[in-house]
Design a protein. Structure first.
Length: 240
């Protein structure tokens, strides 16, 4: 492609003088910068576009089931899977003095291997001075990232009630390489907010990333009104 300078012969350049030549060069630089910006926009799609263009986007899964009175475990029960950039269906904790509690586990299905250099964990702990029997299978558990089958990590059990204290659920991500993984979650109270520590206003989102550190929510549902609602979204891309 010809440039304005290429269309001028040496005699033209000499007759215009050095100041005119400088002005032309500055215009060429501005044109080139704009062209590079347009090219970068064209070839580097957003993480959302990348997920939509893939033949098999990664998916995040939740397994949520009651092991007693089913009214304590609301929203979507059973197994569910949501493709990246899409929210899971809501699950709801409302355990109290009724029989049993709720079983919860997480998984990631990654058929194209975009998370091969990344990992996710969920840690389940009783709060200080609480009755630990309200928080079954405590510890840090790794979310399985599988490309061949949809599966879940170890189940944790929520059975908070009027006993002392409650439980904490912490999500964390680990990364290496250029892939950026983000876990978004929405967590809010639909009754007494003291049952749902670190809850957000409905519709607000908090994001977990490796360079930001883990995020923790607290569950202490009991005989107070209402419960706690949670949903997740996975995002993967070359940039934040």
């Amino acid at each position: 492609m010809s440039t304005p300078l290429a269309l001028l012969c040496p005699e033209d350049l000499a007759s215009k003088g050095i100041n005119d030549v400088k002005r032309i060069a500055r215009r060429i630089a501005v044109f080139g910068s704009a062209a590079m910006t347009l090219l970068a926009t064209a070839v580097l799609p957003s993480p959302h576009a990348l997920a939509q263009d893939r033949l098999s986007p990664a998916e995040i899964g939740i397994r949520f089931n009651p092991d007693g009175d089913p009214g304590q475990c609301g929203g979507r029960t059973g197994d569910q899977w949501a493709a990246e950039t899409h929210w899971t269906d809501l699950i709801r904790f409302d355990t109290d003095g009724r029989r049993g509690g709720c079983q919860l586990a997480f998984g990631i299905f990654d058929p194209e291997g975009f998370m091969q250099n990344a990992g996710m964990t969920y840690e389940w702990r009783a709060t200080p001075f609480s009755d630990p029997n309200q928080c079954g299978n405590q510890g840090e558990h790794r979310v399985p990232v599988r490309s061949d089958v949809r599966t879940f990590g170890p189940g944790i059990r929520i059975d908070t009630d009027d006993r002392m204290g409650g439980c904490e659920l912490t999500f964390a991500l680990q990364e290496s390489g250029v892939t950026v993984v983000q876990l978004d979650f929405q967590y809010y109270a639909d009754g007494n907010a003291g049952q749902c520590r670190n809850a957000l206003p409905p519709g607000s989102t908090r994001t977990v990333m490796a360079d930001r550190g883990p995020e923790t929510i607290g569950i202490d549902t009991d005989s107070r009104p209402g419960g706690c609602t949670l949903r997740l979204r996975l995002r993967i891309g070359p940039e934040a």
